[in-house]
Design a protein around this ligand. Structure first.
Ligand SMILES: Cc1cc2nc3c(=O)[nH]c(=O)nc-3n(C[C@H](O)[C@H](O)[C@H](O)COP(=O)(O)OP(=O)(O)OC[C@H]3O[C@@H](n4cnc5c(N)ncnc54)[C@H](O)[C@@H]3O)c2cc1C
Length: 361
């Protein structure tokens, strides 16, 4: 595998690094508060102004048509600079690849640019109280009416829906388990949004209650009944590269090594192991996007979520009670959720066993 970057890639890295050094805001309030949500939107509008919000997208939608390698470089610089997590991440990293693949030109023109500038912030409305891991069991329905559909039902654990403007979700349009699902885009203004407080008291999630919400035909993504196939394209973005790029874990591992510099040897060893694993994940990812490794998104998901847990648990051991006053503590609480969201790690292990290793069910 060629590990050298081309002069153009190095120049891109330098440009991104310089811009971030001049513009990254000092720590923003949590995006799970109204104030923090707005502050994050402003930051992302600034990024968009420098055409650094969605570097891999086509220029007509606000990107730079950057290659996957350049996108990984951007991510490394982004996280190394201490820039904040993206309030638009579910839109940019989950919905957008799906919109590029399945959306009509009119849907793309209507939504992508606004998403890139954080004018619209999208929430993922998939999970239901009885349909999380077994997503095909969902019972929220859409019924046909003149010119569109009426949505009924209840979605839960929708990240950032407490403050977001739009949602994307699956609804049952016929009783066939996998072939009876349709993928809808909808503004949240007509949906009842019930915020759910998380461990730290902020409203990181919401329940969405649909009581006959009208959605016109032009907000169906793909064809009616194709929702499962389209959703599976979204999940591979979610588990794989785009939601948790290696730059994020590398930056955390490097900060952890700095934190452990004067600790006892056993703790220093744990920090070194994390850095090696973060570097291994990085190299695996660069290899995967160059098409030289047979990457599978489920394996990556188990790896990054367990690495993130180990890194933050070590930070708690290093800092003790003083951790509560640092960003490490927020990161620790969030890392606990890593094995759950984007499909639980038990489900990923089932997929690896059956589809990668070919073991019997
Ligand atoms: C931080 C966070 C953010 C989230 N954001 C969103 C969001 O934005 N939008 C959204 O729609 N959802 C979101 N979710 C929900 C998430 O996708 C679900 O929690 C997840 O899919 C698991 O579903 P569940 O909670 O219903 O658990 P269940 O499916 O009820 O599972 C309970 C336990 O049983 C295990 N299990 C279930 N079936 C099997 C099986 N066949 N084999 C082995 N073990 C099994 C699971 O692994 C798990 O440990 C988020 C969750 C978290 C924690």
């Amino acid at each position: 595998m060629d590990l050298d970057f081309t002069p153009a890639e190095q120049a891109f890295r330098a440009e991104v690094r310089d811009w971030l050094a001049d513009h990254v805001p000092s720590r923003l309030p949590s995006m799970d508060t109204r104030e923090g949500f707005e502050a994050h939107r402003e930051w992302e509008a600034l990024l968009a102004g420098a055409r650094l919000s969605v570097v891999s997208w086509p220029e007509e939608h606000g990107g730079r048509a950057a290659s996957p390698i350049e996108w990984l470089i951007f991510e490394e610089e982004y996280w190394a600079s201490g820039a904040p997590a993206r309030v638009s991440q579910n839109g940019i990293f989950l919905l957008a690849p799906t919109l590029f693949a399945f959306g009509t030109p009119a849907q793309q023109a209507r939504f992508l640019g606004r998403m890139a500038r954080a004018e619209d912030v999208w929430a993922q409305a998939w999970s239901e109280p009885e349909a999380g891991s077994d997503l095909a069991a969902l019972t929220s329905r859409a019924s046909r009416v003149d010119g569109g559909w009426l949505l009924h039902g209840r979605k839960t654990w929708s990240s950032r829906a407490a403050f977001a403007s739009h949602g994307f979700g699956l609804f049952r349009t016929s009783d066939t388990r996998h072939h009876g699902l349709t993928y809808f885009l909808f503004p949240l203004e007509d949906v009842t949004v019930r915020p759910i407080a998380q461990l730290d008291g902020t409203h990181g999630f919401a329940e969405l209650l649909f009581d006959g919400v009208f959605v016109p035909d032009d907000l169906v993504l793909g064809e009616p009944g194709q929702g499962w196939k389209i959703a599976m394209a979204t999940t591979s973005s979610e588990r794989g590269l785009t939601l948790r790029s290696p730059g994020r874990f590398l930056a955390t591992a490097e900060r952890l090594v700095a934190l452990a510099r004067d600790a006892d040897p056993a703790l220093r060893d744990r920090a070194a192991r994390c850095l090696i694993d973060a570097e291994a994940y990085r190299l695996h990812t660069f290899g995967a996007v160059r098409g030289e490794l047979g990457a599978t998104t489920s394996m990556g998901k188990v790896f990054w979520s367990e690495l993130d847990l180990r890194m933050h648990a070590l930070a708690m051991d290093l800092l003790g009670p003083a951790a509560a006053e640092t960003p490490w503590f927020d990161g620790y609480l969030f890392s606990l959720a890593g094995p759950i969201y984007a499909g639980t790690n038990e489900i990923q292990r089932n997929i690896i066993a059956e589809r990668v290793l070919g073991l019997p069910r």
